[in-house]
Design a protein around this ligand. Structure first.
Ligand SMILES: Nc1ncnc2c1ncn2[C@@H]1O[C@H](COP(=O)(O)OP(=O)(O)O)[C@@H](O)[C@H]1O
Ligand SMILES: [Mg+2]
Length: 294
């Protein structure tokens, strides 16, 4: 990411607390900034509150019975006081979400064309031709066949990887400034995972889109993120440039996460940096994850 943008006004600036009824707080005054064009990785173990945070940003926590407070500054305005109607105008258009289970996120009874056209028409009033052009353009941008045969398919006719690409195409249909990806590769096998990671990276570059990339997998996060935020028990304990986090982790929890990695992380810049505790662990192993060019 150009150094200049590191100092630009954040696209998203959070201060969030959240809880579910009868349970201790899940998010505890969590603070996080996402900058323009940045891929910010968010890691933390299962149950630490990552998905709660993703839903809270979109003000969808009420769907799970949760409550939230704080502020969600998005492009300079606070989303927290906005009414549900205003949020509906914003979700999918300015902030898009891609979640973990592609198949269940698509409607099994509707053709891909119908679902993508719906996603377009929710926010735009255009001619049929413009709608079709936008849909085909989005399919092309995620390297899916942009043709009638593909559009006529039902979700069950797609592979999980293709279904995830359809959801990503729907998420970028309106070219949102911010995309939240919540464990988007968890349901995919390892090769497809790597391809989807690369896709996020190239979409961010091409569309100038910021991505909040959530995962429990530090290695995949390290591959595409400019900075990484580490979350533990509802708080961000550390947020640094990716290479810095690995070479000089400040928080004990970050050190633990790094030490537990099975292989050395590969960064977008091409360097492989090994943290001392980690090096001991993988001594002799020449494993290296594939690189992505940013
Ligand atoms: N609808 C809910 N009602 C009560 N507790 C919930 C609900 N959803 C999540 N939780 C709890 O909130 C915590 C954080 O969950 P979640 O945000 O899904 O974590 P993560 O995405 O990091 O795995 C967990 O302890 C989980 O059990
Ligand atoms: Mg989750």
């Amino acid at each position: 990411m150009p150094e200049l943008l590191m100092n630009a006004q954040p696209v998203l600036s959070l201060r969030l607390s959240a809880s579910y009824p009868g349970r201790p707080a899940v998010l505890r005054d969590l603070a996080l900034d996402v900058r323009p064009r940045e891929i910010l990785g968010l890691v933390g173990q299962s149950g630490c509150g990552k998905s709660t945070m993703a839903l809270a940003i979109l003000k969808l926590l009420f769907l799970k019975g949760g409550k939230m407070s704080g502020s969600i500054q998005f492009n300079g305005r606070d989303l927290l006081p906005l009414k549900e109607k205003e949020m509906r105008g914003l979700r999918g258009k300015e902030i898009a979400l891609v979640s973990q289970s592609p198949i269940s996120s698509l409607n099994p009874a509707l053709r891909i064309r119908t679902q993508m056209e719906e996603a377009w028409n929710i926010h735009r009033r255009t001619t049929r031709e413009e709608c079709t052009r936008a849909v085909l353009g989005a399919l092309e941008s995620v390297s899916l066949p942009a043709d009638e045969t593909f559009l006529r398919q039902y979700p069950a006719q797609l592979s999980v990887g293709q279904a995830q690409r359809v959801l990503i195409a729907m998420a970028v249909l309106h070219r949102p400034p911010l995309l939240i990806a919540d464990e988007p590769t968890s349901a995919l096998d390892i090769i497809i995972q790597s391809e989807v990671l690369e896709l996020f990276s190239s979409l961010s570059r091409k569309l100038g889109m910021s991505i909040l990339y959530i995962s429990h997998d530090l290695l995949s996060v390290a591959k595409i993120s400019h900075r990484v935020a580490v979350m533990s028990q509802g708080e961000i304990v550390e947020c640094r440039k990716t290479a810095e986090l690995f070479t000089n982790p400040l928080h004990a929890y970050t050190r633990k996460l790094i030490a537990a990695l099975p292989v050395a992380p590969a960064f977008s810049s091409g360097e492989t940096l090994v943290y001392p505790e980690h090096a001991t662990m993988i001594a002799g192993a020449e494993l290296k994850t594939p690189n992505l060019t940013m």
